[in-house]
Design a protein around this ligand. Structure first.
Ligand code: NAI
Length: 686
């Protein structure tokens, strides 16, 4: 049989193989193929059907690209029903990944045998939907309410061993297809005919609370929990109807569209690492502070030998301690053993005072103080100490990458690699293309990013690149609202309500007010022409010494770690407003959010029109992965598209009319709004 599903009848058994590379999604052709295969098996009068997948997946679930279209027959729930009611047993030989619709197919089989490396789950909620083909009704009947709430409500994917422990699979076997031919069918009824699990209101309530904590603002996890709960009360058929209705309604929701957008954007970004480039096996890291130590740790974890450079003996000792702390932490969290951690530090890491005895290296990155002159000296020294082939990278947060690398012998091998803190954890990596960076160097950097399992985003040179540039603008907009009538806690609460993990002032207290302070000084904000300077934050740093949590006070007071609004800060805010002759007014939470997010969007359009970012989706990924923008809103650019660019334009025009120093209309936004284009239709040149 041609097509994506094969059916071989042999010795009274039909072996049905889903073969739809790369991951056996249940596309319409696969669904049709399954129907034909079942027809053939039935006509042949086999005694058993064995269902499996080709390659590393059993069935990876629905094709998320089909979500935007109306469902096309044959429908998966009907096929699953047929499998469950099939005249002879259907056995799932779960050779690999069984996710979403794939696991729902397996659930309807009379027995499930998993390969040791198989993974199973119903991760629909992570794409803003719920299982739509019986998962929420059959899984609790099979494994019980509590485990089903956790698997479905969190969208958790588990291994074969855990699945066996839960009773989700009957056994684990190296060759599930062979075993499936003879495996004795368990005597229990078909999954859908199992008795409903007993209700457990407490477990349901706990799952709801956990979902609200884990994914605040998201609808799908709560709906999924409701459906699993409903399985305790509704007969199967009624439960399936409610599930299907919920699935179809969520499929076209804003949240599902946003989560799909992010999912595909991530896949596209991560695929960039497959474009060639050289393999890096040795590296130099200059500066062993917060960033340098964790970059060195991440590189060593890949098997790369790392030489860490500090400028004096005390720096070397601090760097050594910083790295050792990361290993100790990994041991504590069970990620490695004490022996392995010891061995890796001894064999892969060396510490150096200065550049005198550096081994040759394929790659060098600096993470020294954020100071142009210091960084330029570091590159002069690296350039002299390392071979011509070495790729040189700066981890600067804001500085002009072109100037940092000026004068190196091979400017084509120079670029920026902006890691986020902690560098061994955060997935985002801005890859900054300097004026001279070659395509080969970029390819090597992207390949390294792929090994580090990062989401690399190409960006051009500008102050703060994509993320910190938008962050700076966003904070400025919030500071302006402070001047005009809002207070820090209100701004934070409003933006948390929108879905930001933390408000802008809470974040500053966490990272330290001195960083932004130094940055404002560098940019000469106090005396900058044509710019609305807001003195509040500078006064806090200069007059109160409150630098955030590390000094026990910042935008907030802290009592045993608990933040409370500060009367001192509120007084400074009100004083500065009075000094500027502003009559303070009230802001609604909605207005705070609209202004703050609109300023992110305006800056995003500028970044795109200047060619700093290549795609609007890249800006979304940076804000989601680097700055805790809510994933379920799809990032600022996707969110702008959902609201509609003509409406965004209208809002920004109104803000600009009122405060032309702080707002302006990017030409690209005007153009897109006029032409009826969405953010994904626009291209930058990065
Ligand atoms: P840090 O102050 O923790 O570490 C800097 C380290 O560099 C110190 O250990 C210092 O002894 C060493 N150092 C200074 N001058 C040196 C020199 N000439 N030669 C060798 N070592 C030298 O600073 P952090 O936070 O690690 O930042 C480093 C760089 O990374 C900065 O450019 C910063 O903007 C950037 N960055 C920081 C992020 C963060 O969240 N901390 C995030 C992304 C980038």
């Amino acid at each position: 049989m041609s097509g994506p599903v094969h059916c071989i009848v042999d010795d009274g058994i039909a072996l049905v193989t889903v073969d739809n590379p790369p991951v056996n999604v249940t596309s319409q052709a696969v669904r049709q193929g399954l129907v034909r295969a079942l027809d053939k098996a039935e006509a042949a009068g086999v005694a058993r059907v064995v269902l499996t997948g080709a390659g590393k997946t059993f069935i990876a679930g629905a094709d998320a690209r089909e979500f935007a279209a109306p469902p096309a027959a044959p429908h998966l729930p009907d096929i699953i029903r047929r499998i469950e009611d099939f005249p002879v047993p259907v056995v799932a030989a779960i050779n690999g990944t069984a996710l979403g619709g794939g696991l729902e197919v397996a659930l309807a089989c009379r027995a499930r045998i998993a390969a040791p490396a198989a993974t199973l789950g119903l991760p629909e909620v992570t794409l803003g939907v719920v299982p739509g083909a019986g998962g929420t009704q059959r899984l609790p009947r099979l494994i019980g309410l509590g485990p089903a709430l956790s698997l479905i409500g969190e969208g958790r994917v588990i291994g074969a061993g855990e699945a066996q422990g839960l009773g989700l699979v009957d056994t684990v076997a190296a060759d599930p297809v062979t075993l499936a031919r003879t495996f004795s069918i368990p005597s229990r009824p078909a999954t859908g005919a199992l008795p409903a699990p007993p209700p457990d209101p407490e477990a349901v309530e706990a799952a709801r609370k956990q979902a609200a904590r884990r994914s605040p603002g998201q609808i799908a996890p709560l709906k999924a929990i409701d459906l699993v709960d409903a399985s305790t009360r509704l007969p199967l058929d009624d439960g399936l109807v409610v599930e299907r209705e919920t699935f179809l309604a969520l499929k076209t929701s804003d949240q599902a569209a946003a989560l799909r957008h992010v999912f595909f954007a991530e896949r596209a970004a991560m695929a960039q690492g497959k474009g060639g480039g050289a393999e890096i096996s040795s590296a130099v890291v200059v500066g062993g502070g917060t960033m340098g130590a964790s970059i060195a740790y991440a590189l060593a974890g890949l098997g790369i030998s790392v030489a860490l450079v500090e400028s004096d003996a005390a720096g070397v000792e601090r760097a050594r301690a910083n790295v050792a702390r990361l290993y100790a932490d990994a041991v504590k969290r069970g990620k490695t053993t004490a022996e392995a951690a010891e061995a890796e530090q001894a064999t892969r890491l060396s510490f150096h005072e200065g550049y005198g005895v550096l081994p040759p290296a394929d790659f060098a990155i600096e993470a020294v103080f954020e100071d142009m002159e210091v960084k330029r000296q570091v590159f002069a020294a690296l350039d002299a100490a390392l071979p011509a082939r070495t790729i040189l990278a700066t981890n600067t947060s804001y500085l002009d990458v072109n100037r940092v690398g000026e004068g190196v012998r091979h400017p084509e091998r120079f670029l920026g690699l902006h890691f986020f803190s902690p560098a061994h954890v955060m997935k985002l990596l801005e890859v900054i293309r300097a004026r001279t960076t070659s395509a080969e160097t970029l390819a090597t950097a992207l390949r390294l990013a792929a090994r580090l399992k990062k989401i690399p985003i190409l960006a051009g040179v500008c102050d703060g690149f994509i993320g910190n540039r938008i962050l700076t603008r966003y904070r400025q907009t919030c500071d302006i609202m402070l001047m005009e009538g809002a207070l820090p806690a209100q701004v934070d609460t409003a933006l948390r309500g929108f879905g930001m993990a933390m408000g802008p002032y809470e974040v500053q207290d966490l990272s330290g007010l001195d960083i932004a302070y130094a940055n404002r000084k560098r940019l000469g904000w106090r005396t900058k022409e044509g710019f609305r300077y807001i003195p509040i934050a500078d006064r806090i740093v200069e007059e109160t010494g409150r630098l955030g949590r590390k000094t026990g006070a910042g935008w907030y007071d802290y009592d045993g770690g608990k933040a409370s609004p500060s009367t001192l800060i509120d007084r400074i805010v009100v004083e500065e407003a009075a000094r500027a002759g502003i009559t303070r007014r009230t802001f609604s939470d909605d207005e705070i959010v609209t202004r703050a997010i609109s300023s992110m969007i305006e800056e995003g359009f500028r970044i795109l029109e200047e060619g700093i970012a290549a795609r609007a989706a890249d800006i979304d990924l940076v804000m989601i992965h680097g700055y805790a923008f809510p994933r379920w809103r799809g990032g600022p650019m996707h969110y702008a598209g959902r609201i509609g660019l003509p409406e965004i334009l209208r809002r920004i025009e109104a803000f600009a009319a009122e405060d032309p120093l702080s707002w302006g209309i990017p030409e690209l936004l005007r153009h897109a709004a006029r032409e009826g284009l969405g953010p994904d239709d626009l291209k930058g040149q990065a």
